[in-house]
Design a binder for this molecule. Structure first.
Ligand code: ZN
Length: 206
């Protein structure tokens, strides 16, 4: 007998409740199987397969113990990959709304600045932007990158509230608060998420 029943009998949960971090789009599928398994579809989604009665906490711990493995496999997404499905976009937007303002608040305190407004966009050519009026935008696509890279983008945009350019003073400010920012910025190019990889240049962008 197959381990999994038909779709009607499967219980499928969005895994937003689980400690899957960085917040990859992730699904939990419960079935009559006896063990836990994780399937990574690079740049697409993560499927966690679990027995019906296994407590969520145990599943969480398992996912957490596999974070390094998940990250490694997630980053193997092919460049030719298609864009996100509607479901994935909804998930990533929700994650962006939950995480980025909190992160911006934290870095804002560090820099002594506060953005007028933070918006989540679907931008494909920029991970973030900052206007002269102090409005900051982040693309939901940023959420498919590692946390270190996300933190860099948030700090980068907030630093534009002090220097609205990419001058040496701007990067000196970033280096002061995030000495490893170059390595973090590199992650934005290495990870094969469905976002153009190049920095378009010219302020204010990343
Ligand atoms: Zn910039």
């Amino acid at each position: 007998m197959a381990e999994e029943h038909t779709d009607q009998k499967r219980r499928v949960y969005p895994v937003s409740a689980l400690s899957c971090y960085p917040p990859y789009p992730c699904r939990l599928v419960r079935s009559q199987r006896k063990t836990l398994a994780i399937e990574v579809r690079p740049g697409e989604e993560i499927i966690v397969r679990a027995p019906y009665k296994m407590p969520a906490q145990q599943i969480d711990q398992f996912i957490l113990s596999k974070q390094g493995w998940i990250k490694k496999h997630w980053e193997r997404a092919p460049l030719s990959q298609k864009d996100y499905t509607q479901e994935q976009e909804t998930f990533l937007r929700a994650q962006a709304k939950a995480l980025l303002p909190v992160m911006a608040e934290r870095f804002g305190q560090l820099l002594g600045v506060s953005p007028s407004r933070i918006r989540i966009t679907g931008a494909r050519t920029r991970f973030g932007s900052c206007s002269a009026k102090g409005n900051i935008c982040f693309s939901f696509r940023l959420m498919s990158y590692p946390q270190e890279a996300i933190e860099y983008v948030v700090l980068h945009e907030l630093a534009h509230l002090i220097h609205l350019n990419h001058s040496p003073a701007f990067y000196a400010l970033i280096a002061h608060h995030m000495p490893d920012y170059k390595e973090r910025a590199r992650l934005l190019k290495q990870v094969k998420a469905p976002v153009p990889q190049e920095h378009k240049g010219g302020p204010p962008c990343i």
